[in-house]
Design a protein around this ligand. Structure first.
Ligand SMILES: Nc1ncnc2c1ncn2[C@@H]1O[C@H](COP(=O)(O)OP(=O)(O)OP(=O)(O)O)[C@@H](O)[C@H]1O
Ligand SMILES: CC(C)(CO)[C@@H](O)C(=O)NCCC(=O)O
Ligand SMILES: [K+]
Length: 257
């Protein structure tokens, strides 16, 4: 049984893949201090609660936070008696090319999304991931990752307003009924919500123009549906895009190494 681990800067997702479907998935806050023993107790408890009685034999990790990988490796070694595949490490192969400036370290989550998008849709894609950052990953006709866009994440932008301006409170993101806010919270929600709708539209349109071709847009990340309900911004929304990519990379490495 495969355990897929997706460490973002804010949250870490764990999922169990039986070769056909995900049996379960869980999330915790990303903390590099968390030990292998803590991960294991937490995972065991959740597996028991969900009556998932399986043996983990394989693990694949994508981590945008290098420091957390150490304890996840210890988890794999001590409790699952396996060496994990770590996306971005030289001994983990990718089924797609990466064509960026020499010396650039592409975020592993973006590479994983690229593989997932290529597997599900073929090439010429724009993948939009609403995480700590809002990223656009551009996928070439042959599935290669050829670059993209990194913008501040939605929650990060809201947090930054609150942190930097004494009179601005902490607010949650929702779709405002009106653009013109008549109180502070409504003004902030409008700025973030319609600002991001604009960011998504403009960035996607400019990527398409620069590429000079039709491209499918696939969105992932918890906040994508909120924007999609306001306007038709994406061709599809795939909550499990990154986890799916991890299963594809795992299979590719099993078959080719
Ligand atoms: N209406 C909402 N208002 C605020 N946050 C929301 C709302 N709906 C979903 N979210 C949040 O969106 C986030 C989506 O999770 P996702 O895995 O896409 O990104 P993340 O975990 O925050 O970032 P990263 O992967 O970089 O760690 C979650 O933190 C979830 O709580
Ligand atoms: C942009 C983030 C933070 C998004 O999770 C991550 O992919 C990352 O740390 N990337 C490294 C830089 C790059 O992708 O070009
Ligand atoms: K993510």
């Amino acid at each position: 049984m495969l355990l897929t681990i997706d460490c973002g800067n804010t949250n870490t997702g764990f999922a169990i893949w039986d070769g056909t479907s995900f049996l379960a998935s869980w999330r915790c806050a990303t903390q590099h201090q968390r030990t292998a023993d803590e991960y294991y107790v937490w995972l065991q408890t959740l597996m028991h609660l969900h009556r998932i009685d399986v043996t983990i034999t394989d693990v694949i990790i994508s981590s945008t936070v290098p420091r957390v990988v150490l304890n996840l490796r210890v988890l794999c070694d001590r409790y699952f008696d396996t060496r994990p595949y770590v996306v971005g490490k030289p001994d983990t192969l990718l089924p797609v090319d990466v064509r960026v400036d020499a010396g650039t370290q592409v975020g592993p989550d973006r590479l994983v999304n690229t593989v997932a998008g290529w597997d599900r849709h073929g090439g010429d894609l724009i993948l939009v991931d609403f995480g700590t950052a809002t990223t656009f990953d551009v996928v070439d006709t042959d599935g290669a990752y050829i670059g993209g866009v990194i913008a501040p994440g939605v929650n990060l932008s809201l947090e930054a307003l609150h942190m930097a301006a004494a009179a601005l409170p902490h607010v949650d993101i929702t779709q405002p009924q009106r653009v013109i806010g008549t109180n502070t919270v409504a003004c902030m929600q409008s700025g973030i919500f319609w600002g991001y709708v604009g960011l998504i539209k403009e960035t996607s349109a400019r990527i398409r123009a620069e590429r000079g071709r039709a491209m499918k847009t696939v969105a992932t990340g918890g906040l994508a549906p909120l924007f999609q309900q306001a306007e038709d911004l994406f061709d599809s929304y795939e909550e499990d895009l990154t986890m799916h990519g991890l299963t594809v990379i795992h299979r590719f490495n099993k078959e080719n190494t």
